[in-house]
Design a protein around this ligand. Structure first.
Ligand code: NDP
Length: 465
């Protein structure tokens, strides 16, 4: 390629692919380099395969509950290999869609690692070719963080968990964030005895405290051992498995997984040669419109460590492409991003936690309902659903919606719309309930809970706080 391309994208994940396709649609000449598989973390080793595993794991509860609804008990057996094969087939299909989308948009897709030689030159490792580019977009995502402890290399991360040859009988998972709790719940249901080791006192630090307590109780009820206030200090081989040393004892197990956060993937990209600066957390420093400190280099997605979620990366990539190659300038709005945690029970949340709302608003009202979802009423299952609204008493605006229970992820997507529109509690209440559903609680909670003198604390900052 002698002519410079209008845009060179490094990274074929959600953000990079969206930006490349939209820019090409605006008439730009676009090249994209991906060293591994298209789809990035989300498609290959994140959201998509995780959700498939979550769905598989929930049959466990359904089989158990079926008898309460008149079915003869099901003697079901789980086959990990069969699920893995089916999951891989689906990932291959999705990856094909990503490739086709790029090809249809006229993007030159290059199977190579790429790095910057300067702000307008990209070197391809596969061929040694240098490509000149009027603009460069870095969308290289993130990588799992490993602890700096003896034996850390013996642990797996979320990168490896999807392709285990077989499931272990026992597993230790370290962390209390998204990945740790999601995998703890799904693996426990697939027959693994999970021990969760978390340095804090309650999982999911950035979420509303009521949700955290609700999930903690449900996880324990499902049989997951949760050891809080504890950190793994070393991992060694022991018998056919591993012995995990912690600052409070030791645990013998068959497999160790660390899920202690992810770091921006910036190594070996030649960022220093191009004048692209990193922030104190090692993420590419960007302006709200995703410009880096180099004049013609932009960055989107997890490598910028703003809100590390796929739909956010997609929006950032789209906004960049429209702004630089189309005729509309806009930026991705990082406020009130709805989130789901695919634990069982599931979590959905948008807006301010009660603690954050108390910090920012003089007077808030909290509406909270705990009830047995209908799926549990005929059975002995005591598990309840939590629905909580946080409201600014002065303006009546709904500031936060927090859900834990079946279909919370689906519900929060819809609840996020009125919240984003600035809807008031009164407007929620004017909406007729859909009966009988769990979601109807969102519009039927009449009385705020009494003011809580022991309002929860706020915890430290994370990307979602
Ligand atoms: P998180 O940032 O969510 O959680 C990291 C966890 O590890 C926290 O509990 C943290 O503790 C703990 N931790 C951090 N450092 C150490 C350490 N040195 N030793 C022991 N524990 C430590 O990271 P994840 O890896 O779970 O997920 C990464 C990101 O991926 C998420 O933030 C999210 O953006 C995204 N994701 C989103 C999903 C979704 O949308 N459903 C699913 C999976 C991932 P503490 O709380 O004390 O800080």
């Amino acid at each position: 390629m002698t002519e410079p391309v209008d845009l060179f994208v490094i990274g074929g994940g959600s953000g990079g692919v969206r930006a490349a396709r939209i820019a090409a649609g605006h008439g730009a000449r676009v090249a994209l380099a991906e060293e591994y598989r298209y789809g990035g973390t989300c498609v290959i080793r994140g959201c998509v395969p995780k959700k498939l595993l979550v769905l598989a794991s929930r049959f466990c509860d359904e089989f158990a509950r079926a008898a309460d609804f008149g079915w003869t008990p099901v003697d079901a057996r789980f086959d990990w290999t069969a699920l893995r094969v089916a999951k891989d087939r689906e990932l291959a299909r999705l990856e094909g869609l990503y490739r086709d989308g790029l090809a249809r948009a006229g993007v030159r897709a290059i199977a190579s690692r790429a790095s910057l030689e300067g702000p307008d030159t990209v070197r391809l490792s596969a061929t040694g070719e240098c490509v000149r580019a009027r603009r460069v977009l870095i969308a290289t995502g993130g990588l799992p963080l490993r602890p700096d402890i003896p034996g850390a290399e013996l642990a797996i991360t979320s990168n490896e968990v999807f392709d285990l040859p077989s499931l272990p009988a026992r597993m230790v998972i370290e962390g209390g964030g998204f990945i740790a709790v999601e995998f703890a719940c799904l693996l426990q249901r697939l027959g693994v005895q999970v021990t969760l080791v978390y340095r804090g006192d309650l999982v999911l630090r950035c979420f509303d405290d009521d949700l955290r307590r609700h999930l903690d109780a449900a996880m324990r009820e499902a049989g997951i051992v949760i050891r809080t206030g504890e950190t793994i200090t070393a991992i060694g081989r022991h018998g056919g498995g591993f012995r995990v040393a912690t600052d409070r004892g030791s645990i013998d197990t068959d497999l160790v997984m660390v899920a202690i956060g992810r770091v921006p993937n910036t190594q070996g990209l030649g960022l220093e040669r191009a004048g692209v600066a990193l922030d104190e957390r090692g993420a590419i420093r960007v302006t709200p419109d995703s410009r880096t400190t180099a004049a013609n280099v932009w960055a989107v997605g997890d490598v910028t460590d703003r809100v590390a979620l796929t739909p956010v990366a997609i929006r950032e990539g789209h906004a960049f492409a429209d702004s630089e190659f189309g005729d509309t300038r806009w930026v991705c709005d990082h406020e009130d991003v709805p989130v789901a945690v695919f634990t069982t029970p599931e979590i959905g949340a948008v807006g301010l936690t009660e603690a954050r709302a108390r910090e920012r608003f003089a007077r808030i009202d909290v509406y909270r309902s705990r009830f047995r979802p209908m799926g549990n009423v005929l059975s002995a299952r005591a598990e309840r659903m939590l629905v909580k609204l946080v409201v600014d008493r002065d303006s009546d605006r709904v500031l936060g919606v927090h859900l834990c229970g079946p279909d919370a992820a689906e519900m929060i997507q819809l609840a996020a719309i009125p919240l984003k529109m600035g809807a008031t509690k009164r407007q929620f209440d004017r909406t007729i309930a859909v009966h009988p559903t769990a979601a109807e609680e969102l519009v039927t909670m009449r009385e705020p809970v009494a003011d809580d003198a022991d309002a929860p604390g706020t915890g430290a900052r994370c990307t979602l706080c």
